[in-house]
Design a protein around this ligand. Sequence first.
Ligand code: SF4
Length: 715
Amino acid sequence: MGTATHCPYCALQCAMTVTPAAATGVAGPAADPPAIAGRDFPTNRGGLCRKGWTSATLLGHPGRITNPLLRGADGVHRPIGWDEALDLIAAQVRATREDHGPDAVGVFGGGGLTNEKAYQLGKFARLALGTSRIDYNGRFCMSSAAAAGNRAFGLDRGLPFPVEDLDGAHTVLLLGSNVAETMPPFVQHLAGARAAGGLIVVDPRRTTTADFTADGAGLHLQPAPATDLPLLLGLCHIVIHEGLANTDFIHGRTTGFKAVARSVASWWPERVQAVTGVPVHLLRETARLLAHGARHGGSYILTGRGVEQHVDGTDTATATINLALLLGLPGSANSGYGTLTGQGNGQGGREHGQKADQLPGYRKITDPAARAHVAAVWGVDPADIPGPGLPAVELLAELGRSVHTFFIHGANVAVSAPNAGEVLAGLRRLDFLVVCDFFMTETAQEADLVLPVLQWAEEEGTVTNLEGRVLRRRAAVTPPEGARSELWIMAELARRLDAPSTFSADPETVFTELRAASAGGLADYSGIDYALLDVGAALHWPCPAGSTGTPRLFRDAFAHPGGLAVLVPVSPAASNARDTLFTGPTLALVTGRLLEHYQSGAQTRRVPELAGAVPRAELLIHPLAAASRGIDDGGPVTIANGRGTVRCTARVSTAVRPDTLFLPFHFAREECANLLTSDSVDPVSGMPEFKASSVTVTAGTGIPAGAGAAHLVSL
Ligand code: SF4
């Protein structure tokens, strides 16, 4: 008998059934992997991608950690008992707090943690450790889109509508998202737009998704990297100047039109063509398809990390929302705007308190009323809850400086953080690093103490998918002896640290507390419980007690006081923070994902089928750029800048522009793309610049003179 649950990887959260291996009846580390079958669900309709089909391989993986591992003076990790490990951590936390104060202890969470773990991690940091220093890797994924959504709508839920709403749309504009590789079952929801000739993909690379626009199915706009904002300002200009705007919607449901109209006045199409490289006729056709769709069958605008992971990511996401508002899409019956969340619980993980500035229910930690509400649920004085901490990049920069003891849950920052060489140096400066994981990731290898934790199919919990739909993850197999739930670890440490309030190891108990803590907040889960989810209810937040959830937001009003959406004027600003692109012999490096791998690759590089399909990083380079550098298809290349050096093989392809390179970020050591990316951040969201790094490329594995040789690090 199989267990109904959901995929461990991305935010589409495809439904699946996990059935233990027939040989033993109970799957686990000693058994064959359980069987995986797709299950009918609105997001995937029974489909799974290659990652989902092979996800059970890791449950019994021989590389699994099954004991706490303490690193000795010789650098070797050796097994110790749980009591010894937890006592050691508690003593270390006390010593750090005594020597340097509570903010010398830091915590880093992850968008893959269940809602229960993300919630309890925020509470653990603030009450048990007493620190304000907590943030998470969602800062690298969703922060710009979230900031823009909050600014425009007063609320951030990735898709404010169910994915099935896309099915009948005439036009879908997809900016910076390669869904055909990152979440293949999602592509079925684009069928209507493709049939109508209205699928428009904006990407500097001709991705698999962009290929879907061929043969009259739509358009592919291929702007130069880091020019998305001018492109969007140009589309807004055309919508206004060709009379395509929905004036009734603008007057009835928004504020700020005049300022936005002024801000885009100088972005006429020919100027945008000169800046972005996108021909005027494609700009005009895009605006007209969107306007036509809005009147006949529906238009949707969706963003992904390609346009958001920049130092101007919040403004670019804002310009996208302005375009959608000018066309009257958000909150409409058959149209909309949304952003495609990436990590499995990237939505829920940004709602319940593991962010530096946040309390559960998407509350602001600086709001006295929010602090009072959460303090009452926790049974503490509001003054006992620390104030805002540091966003992820700033927090990582403090490692070994003002932060001396650090906890990492569900993140592999040595590979996934920008400017990874500097992050690695920070990890090595720490007095004490605790990493909770199920494999010896590149980050765990740096830890003083590694705590083995449970995987997705070994424990109960909830996650919230890209539509804000809360789902039940269920325990389907027996975990290996020795691994423990992170909830249990937090509860045991809280007890040892004499923390106020209560910390439970039971997911349902924690979820019940989360519901109370979120009640009345923007992300209100108080009407959701395990029993409702177990009978298959599809509950989208906000879901106050007695409600059946809110699949579609903004139908009657936006979440700002007064109910109006806000059009916010934005413009490209000369940013000292961004690498100078397209100068001299340098090229623009874009990083991203492949079908076969997920995030830092810590999991998928261990799945033989996936690692066998794509074992190494390949640099995508245009034939002209390759020829001028003597680079052969399949030959070795060295990519470098002042931050680091990467060595891998080249794949020569016209899928990228001659001035642009593409490198996947799933690989480690000398193939780690983030050795090259900048830790400059968006001033509003704290999002790093992942998608536009200036690099040099040379044939072979030598290091180009003066281009970063001193920064080569071994991960
Ligand atoms: Fe899993 Fe995402 Fe693939 Fe679905 S699309 S099977 S959720 S990785």
